[in-house]
Design a protein around this ligand. Structure first.
Ligand code: BES
Ligand code: ZN
Length: 643
């Protein structure tokens, strides 16, 4: 089967990069990165006459092959998703196995989607500008000319000149992380050269850069561990960031090593980004990026850290070959994340996470009612189709449930975890397809269990799970309900009270929530949202008065509350408040740039008051990350200028 990456124009099957050397200068005044990317390539076939790189909105200044300038490189027409192919003719046709070096001098431009340069007002400290990247899935080509496919893995080294501290998804060579900030020079004024090295081959979507007034604080590492771990943030957020993550991060990583094997990236740092960061977390190697909305003050959102560090094996270690097999990254990571919840906390915690995931999955499947191909686990992307548009909980939760179903079919964790170790040992460092994964699964259980296990595997409806669309899972799954039960019971009591129109007769109290943690409160709100009939407006006002959901600083709770009330008769009452919250013109003071929060709220707002949704978005548009801008616009039916 021909299974080439449908999102890349590069000729990586003919010739592929092994290593990239970046030499960059960050120019905060002009909001660009200027420099060179030097590729060490190896031909995979005979008679290769050119190397083709993906680029998007890059200004190419010059190209050298083997140290000699070439004039006849070409930059192709701009494809809306795939960008412009940079074709570099090779002076001699290469034969399989031969090496070539290609140096490209270039600069990024303001239209690119990988980088967001923030004004100092958009940061916590309000004194220095900030820069960060988001390359997954196809934005690395907006940062540098690369073969932008997860099927190619490269090592990289970089030297970056900047007047603000620079972090990359790699190991710091100099100046030392734990030395004085900015090598003791004047922050914001003096140029410092930051040297990094990533000796483990990684796909291009894991290239990452951040620069700003960033400080470091190390965590204590369990005895015997050779890796280091710590947190980076602006100084104003350091105390909160350190408190939130210092207790758990290293023990989570140690727990993951127990089931997946040694951590191979040497450093596991967290970086707390400004509010426009569009995701909850991003598993950039050596340096997980996280949204500042994780700073809940009660360590209740550290599940995101478990998720991101689990990618060290699933995604960063074993990588999906291309967008169609994205579930191998996220489904596996989500499955193992929940196994870790069971090991670290209890089986009930695994159950609660599965229940929250299942609700998010049903919402995602319903949202794709008119786009059934995105309801499938393996998405058959057309050439040049945008994977950002397909992004949803489907690969996460259909994927995690599929693996849970296989685990249970084969006899539980005891049987499954040894297989997981073998899977990792076999494909660590490789980029694979669903078919390769499935063949290995069969081969493993043929060897370890024989006929009985093969029979069990054959009982699975592979086609339904992998290739069929639909509004639900192919199999009804059961989860541990211990922690969900009290939340559901409270919601059910509210629902039963809906015919009591005299609010003073209701016996709910603020303390009803005392024994529910953050995840259980989320389940409570979701249960209320799930009833066919919504609660009457007076009930919702009363509920909010008692539980203060419209005041909570937890974005996880607040967005669920708005989801609930914007679908009710109280919608008109709350719509302006939801608008203010999402763009931060309220007590929170910051936009909710994480797409998990802003996209549903904009969608719900637009159903209540479309004009308000549009004017709210327009008012704050440029504060959102370019990727979020384009997806919110798409959700609202707006036509932004093509990227
Ligand atoms: N790798 C993803 C984020 C991502 C996926 C960015 C696809 C761009 C394209 C990351 O690991 C992730 O899944 N983040 C989640 C965290 C959650 C599942 C705990 C998020 O941002 O919500
Ligand atoms: Zn993930």
């Amino acid at each position: 089967m021909h299974d080439a990456d449908p999102t890349s124009q590069s000729n990586y099957l003919q010739i592929a990069t092994n290593h990239i050397t970046f030499d960059w200068t960050v120019d905060f005044d002009n909001k660009v990165i200027i420099g060179t990317a030097t590729h060490d390539l190896v031909a995979k076939a005979d008679e290769v006459s050119e190397a083709i790189f993906d680029t998007s909105y890059l200004h190419i200044e010059g190209v050298k092959v083997g140290g000699n300038a070439v004039q006849d490189f070409t930059l192709g027409p701009k494809h809306e998703v795939m960008g412009s192919a940079l074709r570099v003719p090779l002076p001699r046709t290469a034969s399989a196995g031969s090496s070539i070096s290609v140096e490209i001098t270039y600069r990024t431009t303001a239209n690119g989607t990988a980088l967001q340069f923030l004004e100092k007002e958009q940061t916590q400290g309000k004194s220095f500008p900030f820069l960060f990247s988001q390359c997954q899935p196809t934005h690395a080509r907006d940062l540098a000319p690369v073969q932008d496919t997860p099927s190619v893995k490269v090592t990289y080294s970089a030297s970056v000149r900047s007047v603000l501290p620079v972090l990359l998804s790699a190991r710091r060579v100099s100046p030392p992380s734990d030395g004085p900030a900015h090598d003791g020079k004047v922050i914001g004024k003096d140029e410092v050269v930051y040297m990094y090295d990533q000796p483990t081959p990684i796909p291009s979507y894991l290239l990452a850069i951040a620069a700003g007034n960033l400080q470091y604080q190390p965590f204590q590492v369990p005895e015997g561990k050779l890796w280091k771990s710590g947190v980076w943030s602006e100084p104003e957020l350091m105390a909160d960031s350190f408190w939130e993550f210092s207790r758990d991060t290293t023990s989570f990583l140690a727990a993951a090593e127990d089931i997946a094997g040694p951590y191979q990236f040497g450093v596991y740092d967290l970086l707390v980004l400004p509010p426009s960061f569009p995701y909850g977390g991003m598993e950039n190697p050596c340096l997980t990026f996280v949204t500042p909305t994780l700073l809940a003050g009660d360590r209740s959102l550290t599940d995101v850290v478990i998720h991101e560090l689990t990618h060290s094996w699933f995604g960063n270690g074993i990588t999906h070959a291309h967008a169609s097999h994205f579930w191998l990254n996220e489904g596996w990571t989500t499955y193992i994340e929940r196994v870790l919840l069971q090991i670290i906390h209890s089986p009930a915690h695994r159950g609660l996470s599965s229940i929250i995931g299942y609700k998010a999955l049903l919402d995602a499947l319903a949202l794709f009612e008119d786009k059934p191909k995105y309801q499938k686990l393996v998405v058959d992307f057309d050439y040049g189709e945008n994977p950002d548009s397909a992004y949803s909980r489907v690969p996460y939760d259909k994927g995690a449930n599929f693996l849970l179903h296989i685990e249970r079919t084969l006899g539980g964790l005891e049987v499954f975890l040894p297989y997981v170790k073998d899977y990792i040992a076999t494909y660590m460092g490789h980029s694979i397809t669903t078919e390769i994964w499935k063949n290995h699964l069969y081969a493993y259980f043929q060897k370890n269990g024989g006929e009985v296990k093969i029979k069990a595997l054959n009982s699975i409806n592979w086609d339904a799970w992998l290739h069929q669309s639909g509004l639900d899972l192919p199999v009804k799954m059961e989860y541990d309900l211990t922690l969900a039960n009290p939340a559901n019971a409270l919601a059910d009591r509210w629902y039963e009270s809906r015919h009591t129109m005299d609010i003073s007769k209701l016996d709910f109290k603020a303390s009803d929530l005392d024994n529910l943690d953050a995840n259980q409160r989320a389940v409570f709100l979701e249960r209320l949202e799930s009833y066919n009939e919504s609660l009457p407006a007076p009930h919702l006002f009363h509920l909010d008065k008692l539980y203060s959901f419209s005041k909570t600083l937890s974005a996880e709770i607040r967005f669920r509350f708005y989801n609930l009330v914007l679908k009710s008769q109280a919608a008109k009452h709350f719509v302006q408040e939801a608008a203010n919250w999402v763009i931060g013109v309220d007590a929170t003071g910051v936009i909710k740039g994480r797409m998990k929060f802003c996209r549903p709220v904009f969608r719900a707002m637009s159903k209540v008051d479309h004009d308000l949704a549009i004017s709210t978005f327009r008012q704050a548009q440029t504060q959102f990350h370019p990727i979020a801008q384009s997806l919110i616009a798409q959700d609202l039916g707006l036509n932004l200028a093509e990227r």
